[in-house]
Ligand binder design. Structure first.
Ligand code: ADP
Ligand code: MG
Length: 697
């Protein structure tokens, strides 16, 4: 009989979390470790030995035989190399060992991970260092130690190190502001993140018949199914039993790993779903989201399904994103983006809000860049959520507050309870802003911001590193101005009004999908980077290098390295897609179409021989023939474009060529193939169509 899963008993059982630490570590060791975790202090090596030994014993009880330093190289996925705990005794026997040194530092061979030239300039070696603020866990017979990955000379080779740096930076800056509001008790401000993860499920059998899905994660061909998402009958609809079983299985795995999987539902497109956890500190949320994506894919296979995390697996229906909910919280649990109840809290809230508005306007290029990927290019600015233009949604009420502040007027809202703001010059405003705007890329949702541009497949470390850093920058500038002020209230008022006036162009509460907005945004001078290739050069502008250097989040070397990796990744991705498309066109679609054409011609000839009118067959054969010629021409043109792009040395010029020529050729090849799909007999078509992919789970 199947045992019932007990959520409370099972939650976090595979995690070396605080509760387990408390149980298994001597009091003084636990205290020292806790200090390391909350204050980011370095761990003493004698303490590390005790922690490692306790971790090992616990892991072995859970069935582990190996340990691994788990890290997030710049490939965007996670990496792991497993070492067993065994240590030979010299008499043919072994014992299980794990030292503090092994826990704290690892030395994986870094040479096969992308470094963007850092390795060439420095040393081949790379190190991993335990991030004690993210818990170790047991999975598949190994103890996983979450780590940061860096080079011999200290350059970050991963996505985690800059994120951790940015969390420190935004904490320091926020503390300065809190102090100005009289807060002397908060020791750390934590960037909190909740990532809502969208995904598609398709049948494994169907998936296996499509080279494009296998090699690129998305369909490179495919005419629309007769039904798409137009009836809006999938969003929040009843979850099919098979999918429900999958979700249940996934939840149980996530809960065992201490991931607070909270919400699950069907999404807008057929076969599209969402999973959302309860928010956590940004680094933990990042680890957990990486694990969630990994488990989503793995568990799908157990159910005869494949989980697609690509941003745009299917043309013509919604793609998948990952709403990155972001806020700042004090170590004693105060959400700094919660308007709060007291006048002082209101003023403090407006200060943080204004800092964010300024940050987003000044560094919208970096925010846009932080979500740029070849997959996400299909979503952003391409007729669906959200546009590529960065703007902020505040909602009606908060907008009115901001307007009143700028205009120096009293703020009233009918029928709502008012706050009484004690800081004289700040207006009153009601607490809850429940307004929703699904078209905004960066929306205030009551007590947090929701960054909606993030792609489903992306590691969220990148966007959150940018958010933390740019907000730290505004907060630091505010602190510098306010710390010297003789009249705090007057200085604050002046600062907020001036800053909002300067940056209000980035606020937009209307429909972000409309053409009017594109025009309006242009007249406001807001940038519109349409593709990854357009925005990547901005990573190393003087302004952006200066920002990261000021806060020590990325060195100039690290920025150039990342830019290089992102450009190369763009070219490689389009190259794989283009090769797959050309191959499918030439070796699958063309032969199928020719066979169909032959059969049609045969029928026409037989009819003609019998004196029967062959008009329909002749017309069809003619149409198929002209499309076949076009298909062949376009497949050849695509192959030529690939050769041309491959021959370009300069990485930016190469990426541009992949975008302007290779990708463009792929699109026009697809248009012809998709038209053929609608006229060629179903049994001839060489792979499953959209109907079968989207409606058969
Ligand atoms: P919705 O956006 O659908 O209204 P919720 O408001 O419940 O849903 O939250 C969506 C996500 O935002 C969840 O992952 C939730 O944990 C997260 N979230 C809520 N509060 C915060 C916060 N203060 N910081 C970061 N994420 C948050
Ligand atoms: Mg949401």
């Amino acid at each position: 009989m199947e045992e019932k899963f007990n959520v409370v008993d099972s939650f976090g059982v595979d995690v070396f979390n605080e509760e387990t630490m408390k149980q298994r570590l001597p009091k003084n060791v636990f205290k020292a470790l806790k200090k390391t975790m909350t204050e980011g202090k370095e761990l003493d090596s004698s303490i590390a030995d005790v922690v490692a030994s306790a971790m090992k014993d616990w892991a072995i009880e859970k069935g582990a035989t190996h340990y691994t330093h788990w890290f997030q190289p710049m490939t965007g996925i996670t990496a792991e190399k497993h070492d067993s705990f065994i240590s030979p005794m010299g008499d043919g026997t072994v014992i299980m060992e794990f030292s503090g040194k092994e826990l704290i530092k690892g030395e994986p061979d870094a040479s096969s991970f992308p470094s963007g030239g850092i390795r060439a300039t420095f040393e081949a070696r790379g190190y991993t260092a335990w991030d004690p603020t993210s818990y170790a866990f047991v999975k598949g017979g190994s103890l996983y130690v979450p780590t940061a990955f860096y080079s011999y000379s200290g350059e970050a080779l991963d996505k985690k190190t800059p994120l951790l740096r940015s969390m420190d930076v935004v904490s320091d800056a926020a503390l300065r502001i809190l102090k100005l509001f009289g807060n002397e008790t908060t020791k750390r401000v934590v960037a909190t993140v909740g990532a809502e993860q969208e995904y598609f499920l398709v049948n494994k059998e169907t998936y296996d018949l499509r080279k494009d899905l296998i090699f690129t994660g998305r369909t490179l061909f495919g005419a629309p199914a007769p039904k798409g998402q137009e009836l809006e009958d999938h969003y929040f609809g009843t979850i099919k039993e098979r999918v429900a079983n999958y979700m249940k299985d996934l939840d149980e795995h996530l809960w065992r790993l201490g991931i607070t999987s909270k919400t699950k539902h069907n999404e807008v497109a057929p076969s599209q779903h969402e999973n959302a956890p309860i928010f956590a500190p940004a680094n933990l949320a990042t680890d957990q989201n990486q694990l969630t994506m990994e488990l989503m894919k793995k568990i799908a296979l157990d159910h005869g399904l494949v989980c697609l995390l690509h941003e745009k697996p299917f043309a013509g229906v919604n793609g998948s994103g990952k709403h990155d909910n972001w806020s700042l919280s004090t170590d004693d649990g105060q959400n700094l983006l919660d308007p709060g109840r007291s006048p002082m809290q209101n003023a403090q809230f407006l200060t943080f809000l204004t800092a964010i508005i300024k940050a987003v306007d000044e560094y919208s290029d970096l925010l846009r860049l932080s979500v740029a990927s070849p997959g996400n290019d299909h979503r952003l600015g391409a007729n669906e959520a959200p546009p590529a233009i960065i703007s902020i949604f505040l909602g009606e009420e908060l907008q009115a507050v901001v307007d009143a502040l700028v205009e120096g007027k009293e703020y009233t809202s009918e029928g709502r309870q008012m706050f009484h703001v004690g800081v004289t010059s700040l207006p009153e405003f009601p607490k809850d802003s429940t307004d929703r705007n699904r078209t905004s890329p960066f929306a205030f949702t009551g007590n947090k911001f929701e960054f909606r541009m993030v792609g489903s497949n992306l590691n969220i470390a990148g966007p959150n590193t940018i958010l933390n850093t740019i907000v730290a920058n505004s907060l630091t500038e505010f602190a510098e101005e306010l710390e010297g002020a003789s009249d705090f209230n007057a200085a604050l008022h002046d600062l907020l009004v001036r800053t909002i006036k300067e940056h209000k162009r980035v606020i937009f509460n209307g429909n972000g999908y409309s053409d009017e907005w594109t025009r309006e945004a242009e007249s406001r001078g807001l940038p519109n980077y349409k593709s990854t290739v357009d925005v990547l050069p901005t990573l190393t502008t003087e302004k952006n290098i200066a920002l990261f250097r000021k806060f020590g989040v990325y060195s100039e070397i690290e920025l150039h390295a990342r830019q290089e990796i992102l450009l190369e990744n763009y070219s490689k991705t389009i190259n794989i897609e283009a090769l797959t498309a050309a191959d499918m066109a030439k070796t699958e679609i063309l032969p199928a179409v020719m066979k169909f054409a032959k059969d049609v011609c045969d029928i026409a000839a037989s009819k003609k021989a019998l004196g029967i009118d062959p008009t329909v067959e002749t017309a069809l054969a003619g149409k198929v023939n002209s499309l076949t010629v076009a298909l062949s021409d376009k497949a050849n043109a695509l192959s030529d474009a690939i050769v041309k792009a491959q021959g370009i040395d300069d990485i930016l010029a190469q990426a541009r060529c992949y975008h302007d020529e290779v990708f463009a050729n792929m699109q026009s090849l697809r248009a012809v193939a998709d038209e053929l799909e609608t006229i060629v007999g179903e049994e001839y078509w060489p792979y499953p169509t959209y109907d079968e992919l989207l409606f058969n789970v």
